[in-house]
Design a protein around this ligand. Structure first.
Ligand SMILES: [Zn+2]
Length: 92
């Protein structure tokens, strides 16, 4: 059971704020716009897609940046499913 529930694709918007600059994309310096995007999580044994997660999306490269609040909530969901999925997969 992997203990690490890090979300590799998630870049915390806090990182952008911490730089003290304008809200620019970390990859291409494009302008970020508030939007909603589906969040896909691929884990061992299951795949989870959450629709319409609030995010800042780069107007140039389309890379989404998620707020720490959203990332924390998603990590809680992943921890719970990681615990429950093995129960489903058990052979009686
Ligand atoms: Zn970009």
């Amino acid at each position: 059971m992997p203990d690490d529930v890090a979300i590799p694709e998630a870049l915390f918007i806090e990182t952008v704020r911490a730089t003290g600059r304008e809200m620019k994309c970390l990859h291409c310096q494009g302008e970020l716009r508030q939007s909603k995007v589906p969040y896909a999580v691929n884990r061992h044994g299951y795949h989870l897609i959450i629709d319409d997660v609030p995010a800042w999306v780069c107007s140039q490269c389309g890379e989404p940046l998620f707020d720490e609040k959203q990332v924390d909530a998603i990590q809680q969901i992943i921890r719970k499913i990681d615990t429950d999925v093995p129960l489903v997969l058990q052979v009686a």
